[in-house]
Design a protein around this ligand. Sequence first.
Ligand code: HEM
Ligand SMILES: *[C@@H]1O[C@H](CO)[C@@H](O)[C@H](O)[C@H]1NC(C)=O
Ligand SMILES: *[C@@H]1O[C@H](CO)[C@@H](O)[C@H](O)[C@H]1NC(C)=O
Length: 509
Amino acid sequence: MVLSIQVALAALLSVVLASKWWNYRSHMTKLAAIPTVGHSGLLSSYLSAYRFIKRGGAIVQEGCDKYRGGPFKIPLLDKWIVIISSTDMVEDFRKAGDHELSLQEAFRETFHADLVLGKQPAVDPYHVGVIQGALTRNMASKLGDLYDELAAAFNDEIPATNEWVETMAVEKVLRIVCRTTNRIFVGLPLCRNEEWKDIVIDYATRCFTASQSINLSPKFLQPFVGWYVNPRPASFKRANKHLRPIILDRLEKEKMHGLDKDAPQDMLTWLINSGNVDERQRRDPVNLVLSILTTNMGAIHTTSMAFTHALFNLALRPELIDILRQEIEPVIQEEGWTKSATGKLDKLDSFLKESQRVSASFSISVQRKPLKDFVFTNGIVVPAGTIIVASPRAIHFNESNYPNPSEFDAFRSYRLREAEGETKGKNMSYKHHMATPDSSYLTFGVGKHACPGRFFAVTELKLLMSHTLMYYDFKFSDGADGPKRNEFGGRLNLDETTKLMFRKRGDSN
Ligand code: HEM
Ligand SMILES: *[C@@H]1O[C@H](CO)[C@@H](O)[C@H](O)[C@H]1NC(C)=O
Ligand SMILES: *[C@@H]1O[C@H](CO)[C@@H](O)[C@H](O)[C@H]1NC(C)=O
């Protein structure tokens, strides 16, 4: 009797193992059709994976040069990733539904979202719908507040003086963007609180470092490493101290007066009122704190990097400054700091778009996980579970997408819009607009999951840039070269030591 149970168990075990082995074999056979960059032997693939952390950009470039638009795969420590670099394959990305290619599942695997962000934002990210809906819808009515905070933040961080003042650009911009954005996320007075700014700026950096550390560890150590480096418990505790009293107060008022028209209109209220999620979940203070932290994580560093790149690109090309001022000044004089005004800044839009293309194209960025084997239109098959990532750099520097791709041509898309009658309200198409994702413009990703905050981000960037151009002169410190680029595992980071000089705008202009 005992023996036969053992035999049965052993038989069962061999069936399970055999089928696992079979699945693994068939997975690898499908992947074998895709060429490899780097080594694919068991041990040497570990070497390639480490090399990738140091020289990710160069390795992806090697693959793009060699396979010219065709896909290739790269070994990371614990998995293969497939990289695509042609607009046709990105177009398949764009069209695929969630049941085929999932951003959320890719994010959970590569970013360890369940751990660093928390279960609720990782598994049921209802903040995405709130950003797409309420935040975007309310932008026109909130723009006055947004600009008010922006101007106050500039005054405090970079007081306009007649003398040139040297600043650490990355740090200053982060604090200005953080405060401005949080005016719309959590409102006054919290958006001005120094500790609050530290908490949300820090959290994003720690999340990236933490997920990198986990990815660099052997699989069996990952749970321990994750437990050790997870930034969430500490950040949650600090954020909770500030946010919980505000949340409890709003929930109390909501209970007494129902959905209150007089409630402060900000991300926190919109999350509480979100229609995408059940009552218990949307009113849970823990979920609310996590959602605010996660939204900040998506918003602050991305927008700050884009603004800093734009400042650097203007400091490198001062001849653009007057052209942009000539567009901005009459519009702001006529319309004030309004949503409608930012919609008319077509040259600024084109410049910001080009600045992202040339300076901020990651070698790999937009990722999806196939939930079943994914078949591209060109017949290439990627087996279920293998992360696929697009290479914005390859797409953005491909001659057939951007003639003379290495040239910084600030008004590239402005000219296309003029030629196609898109500017000046003659044609309501926004094809070449910065906030319009396209399989040849991947700054905000592509398809249904393209960045939900992109309309907010572009509007905020236009306000930041217009304010700077109207009230300041700026340049690199005397004798300094332009900013250096830092790369880390396929990410592109700004050089945090780059200094910019600011002064009150002179009369000469
Ligand atoms: C210049 C600034 C920004 C850049 C370059 C940027 C870029 C991106 C990219 C590339 C993605 C992935 C899209 C894809 O895979 O197709 C994304 C997703 C996301 N972004 Fe942004 N973003 C910016 C600003 C913002 C802002 C201001 C917010 C919040 C208000 C935000 C919130 C999010 C969220 C929540 C997601 C995840 C969407 C999802 O899971 O479906 N981003 N962003
Ligand atoms: C540029 O893109 C086109 C179309 O997607 C593709 O055929 C070509 O091979 C690409 N060139 C390189 C260098 O990747
Ligand atoms: C409007 O713009 C789109 C895309 O930019 C273009 O395809 C279309 O021909 C334009 N229509 C007119 C009437 O100019």
